[in-house]
Structures are given as structure tokens and as C-alpha cells.
Design a protein around this ligand. Sequence first.
Ligand code: ADP
Ligand code: MG
Length: 699
Amino acid sequence: MSAPTSTPVRRSLDTEVQFLKGVGPRNAAALAKIGLKTVADILFYLPRRYDDRREIPPIRSLKPGQIATVRGRVVEVSGRSTARKGMVVIKAAISDKSGTIALTWFNQPWIKRKLEGYKGEIVAFGKVQEKDWLLEINSPEFELIDEEDSGEAFARITPVYPLSEGVPQALVRRAAGSALDGYLGLVEEPLPPSILQTQSLLGIKAALRQIHQPSSEEERLEARRRLVFDEFFFMQVALAMKRNSTHQESGIAFSIDRAAIDKETHTMLPFDLTGAQQRVIGEIFNDMATPHPMNRLVQGDVGSGKTAVAASAMVAAVRAGYQAALMAPTEILAEQHYMNLQKLFEPLGIEVELLVGKLTATQKKNAYDATASGRAHVAIGTHALIQEGVTFHKLGFVVIDEQHRFGVLQRAALREKGFGNPDVLVMTATPIPRTLTLTLYGDLDLSVIDEMPPGRRPIKTHWKQPHEREAVYAIVRKLIGEGRQAYFVCPLVAESEKMLAQAAADLHYRLTKVFEELRVGLLHGQMRPRDKEAAMEAFRKHELDILVSTTVIEVGVDVPNASLMVIEDANRFGLSQLHQLRGRVGRGSAQSYCILLADAKGDDAATRMQALVATTDGFLIAEEDLKIRGPGTMLGTAQSGFSEFKIADLVQDGKMLEVARQAAMKLIEIDPLLGKPEHQAILRRASVHEGRLAVIAVS
Ligand code: ADP
Ligand code: MG
């Protein structure tokens, strides 16, 4: 260990790690590799897990399936290449007084070099297995036990930090220990006593001490609870401030004649609104009437009737003298909205214009004229709506459908085209778990349509193995014989649109052979727009019995007579996507069915299939999906960054998130700009989230 080159003038949390006792410049360079440059970085670098080394079980007592820490002397090390080219298997046998266990690593030849000739003890951690009557751990984490930490210091709950190669655990542990001993006193408590008390939270100093060096599981949990609260709380404070400031901005105060709009809504819709739809429309109208911009998210399960809600709000906007726009993620969906809304709006004398990429130059020019002059009251389109040439006469109300497919910038761009600060209504396609809603859209006001239109019978879902295909075909025939229609969704074969189209065409060909007597159509993304439209139209008019399709039907397609969906290779789809697909049936009053054709291969295929069979509640499915996939994957790349917390876990910490959110809202109510001296530390911590908010927020 080299001595520090110079002593820091003043100790602060910004002091470089090299000045920590037991670190020095060389180690500091290693720590810098994982982003640890200052004392504060180390203090807030949290363990990934812990090794409870207080009572390490004797090797002999281990049972297969157990996840365990083992300790022993290295008695043998071997390395060999397998028949399969290039695969190197390293095996080490380690023994304690009671027995021996094998540790196995693949393709990590450096481990052999490290263990060969090492005569000391090691600790290893992993899942115990049994192979040929021998206990074994595959790819365990391991550490050599240094002389220095083999004594007293060893037998405790030891933090294990997330590291990359070449940064020893022992180094980070030492650095964290020095940082705690020398600098913990400098950490300021950002929360005022009132919050600490009401939430019975540990002080920040104690929390940091106990998260790095817990002396019991209880201590660790208490520390974790405090740090999870912080992580949620500062973000929720930032979101609450953002929401609050939107509420202060000046916007359009629509003058809405509630009774008149209700009457028009009633006239245009062929059904009565559900209680939930009425409630949500009321919430939207209240927002619209205030002289501030609306920023509201409407969530509802597939088929809950979000479109009707949006339609009623658009009528209100138009009657108040403004234009409205609706942006959908795909052409098919935009066209469908166009057709539906045109039908609803035409009798009311409301002009609707469609703006999609495929329009000819002349059509485009006409559409542009219509929106610019105000001749069109409502514009419906894809991202073509936000193209440069598009201008509006007086756009006051913006609906964004199937929100998660749009980048935030696209939402902002549409808003920019508005007159002053238009009201924005965001509708999500798929339910997402509440924890995600609160973190991703916490700056929006939230309305939930928590009721399905009456008369719907829950879709019956069955999981069939591929060899039961003939039986499935028989069901298809039977239902079609009863006058129903069916979708066949072809598997997600590859990333490329072209291969998907090919797969759809193949399936189509096969099914025309299987169902020679039936009318089988095809729809995929690579078809010419005109052909796509024709296929959809034919299916809608019941000129087709079966529609073979890729996931282009996933969003919004609405054919009530289609009451059967067969999903091929269903295990290739994610849970939420399957739910979304399944939502294409069950839209009429007939009993609908969804058949998942899938074998149980793949990690959690069975779990996913069973979840779908068990429930049609999209919110439950979303929770399940979150558990299986985690927030990052569930949301896709664009937004995954926002769900990466250091310590909080959106699956287990949902309750804490609610608590933190309540506390944040209460705080912002008392001190909206966090101007009070005792809230300065909160303001600083919350502003760290501003960068993220700029990306999530609509404005
Ligand atoms: P979402 O967009 O929420 O998935 P849609 O708005 O597409 O749902 O509505 C699904 C179907 O339910 C449509 O066929 C629509 O006409 C119908 N629908 C909507 N609201 C009602 C209602 N209150 N009563 C009966 N049918 C309704
Ligand atoms: Mg919809």
C-alpha cells in the first residue's frame, strides 16, 4: 500500500478515496474503475448482498438445493478443456474438518492461476448441487481469506459489493470501513426530525453504518428501510414539485357545458358509459376547466373503453372552440381510430382529418390545410402529426394513445404545436404495476378506469401443447361454424420485420390447407398499406373467418365478432404482450377464448402461461410480469433507466413507495418550492432527479 501523496487540506465527503486509511493511490485507481472516487461515493456504495459468516455450516451438513457460504482449504485444483471447443472447466476441491465440496467454474482460466499453490482457506458462495454423490457448487463467488481478515473480523455479517474484475472485495470493505470511521460525522441528515419521527426512520448516519456493517439482520433491515425511503422520497418530491408547477402554469380554461357535452356523448355512443368512464371523464373535465394545463394519465385494462373517454373529452374541447389531436403509435391503429371517431363525430358535425406517413403529396397538402385553417376540428395520426409541415389553427387538446411506445420528446413535440399550453391526456395501452406508474408518471395526475363494460364475459384461456394442435383446430372449426371469427397470431421468430412477415405468410399457407373450406386472410407489417387496410376491412366485415397476423394487431384493433385467438409459440412472448394480444378478443357479448400453443421450454414459460390461464385482470398480470422480468426489461430500453434504483426494489417495496409518496405530497403542500431552511437538504437531493424528469415529463 503506497502512502498518500499529500494530505487533504480539509476533510470533507468530497475527499478523494486515496486519502482513506488503507487505500492509497494505487488502490484508488482500482476503485475509480467502478466509479468510486470520493469518500461520499464509497459511503453510498451499497452492498449487493451479505455473507453471514457468523456460523458457516460444516460442508458435510450441506444439502442439495441450499444456497450457502462454505469455508475450507483448497486441497486440489484442476483444469481441463471439454470436447466442445474452447470450453475450459476449472475444478477445485475444498475441505473443512467435516467433508469436501467441489467448486466448478467455466471459461475462467484465471481462477486456476489464482488458486494453484494457494494453501490458505477460501470462502465460496452459491447453490449447492449434487453430482455423482458429490456436493458441488457451479460458478460460485469466492474470496481468498487474507491473513488480516481471518480473525475476529471474519466472523460477522460481511458485505459483498457489486464489483468488476480486478477490484477486490477486501479493498472496498476496507475503504468503506475507513470512510465510516473517519467521515461518517460529516454526512448531513437531509430529513427533518418531523419526517424521521412520523415514519420512524433511522438517522442517516446510523443507516449508513448499519448497511455496511450490520451486526444483525434486524439492523440491516432497519438501515435498508431508511435508505429505500430516501430513494423513493427524493424522487417523489421532485415529481410532486413538477406536478405542482404544471398546476401553476397558465393554460387553457375550456368552457364546458357539462350537460350539453354529456348529451352529445350519449347521442354519439351506441352504449351507456360505465360508472368508471363517467368518473374519469368528470376528472378530465375538471382539469380542462381550470386555467392550467392538464397533464393526466388514464390507465385502464385492455377493453375498458379508453377511446370513448377520449372521444367525449375531444368533443368538449371542440365545443369550447379548440382543435383536438390524437396520436397513435401505428398506422393501423391511427386508421382505426380515424374510422371509429369519424363515425362518432360526423353526425355531430365535427370534421376529422387523418395524418399518416403514407399519404400522397396532394393528400398531405389537403390535410395540412385542413389543420392549419381550422377546417378540421380533430386530427388523428401517427408521429406524422408532429412533422414539420403540420400546423394547427388552434390546437388545445392533445390525446396520446398507447403511450409507452412514444418517446417523451415526441409527446413534447405535439404539445409544442398547441395553442399556448394545450391540455394533454395520455392513455396507456397496457396496465402497468402501480409502483411503475408512480415512478414513471408520478408527475402526471392519474385516472384509472377500473371497471369493464357490462355484459363482457371473461375470456377463457387455455394452454395447449404443440401436439394437441389437431384438437385446437377442431375448436376453431366449431366456433367458426357458430358464426364467429378467429385470429391466429404467428410466433415472434426474429427481430426482423421481414422474417416475421415470412413466418406469417408460412402460417397463412399452412392454415389455408388445414381449413380449406374457410376464408383465411393475412396481415403483417410488411404488406402495402392498401393491402393491410383491405385485410382489416375484410375481417371487420366478416368476409374472412380467420385472420393470420403478426403482432401488428396487438394494439387497439377492435372486431367484436372475433371471439377466438390462437397464439402460436406463445412462450416467445412476454406476459404483458400476451395479455395485450388476448385483449383483441372478448370485445363482443359472445364467450371468447384464447388458446396458447406452447411447450413449457424456457425459464419461466410455464409460469407465464399459468398466469394467463389464471386471470384476465391486466393489473395482476402486470404485477406478475414485473416480478418475472424486472422493471428494466418490462418497460423496454427507452425508460429502463428510470426504474433502476440503488437499493429500492419496485417489486418488494411497493408499500414504502406509497408511504414516501404521501410524505412527499404532504411536504410539497406545506412548502411547494422547498424554500424553508430546514428543507434545503431535501431540495438538493430532489434536484438530482431533475435530469431524469426532463426526460420523463411531457412538457
Ligand atoms: P381500450 O382502448 O381501453 O382497450 P376501447 O376503447 O377500444 O378499449 O373499447 C373496447 C370496446 O368496448 C369497444 O368495442 C368499445 O366500443 C366498447 N365499449 C367501450 N365502452 C363501453 C361501454 N360503456 N359499454 C359497452 N361497450 C363499450
Ligand atoms: Mg385503445
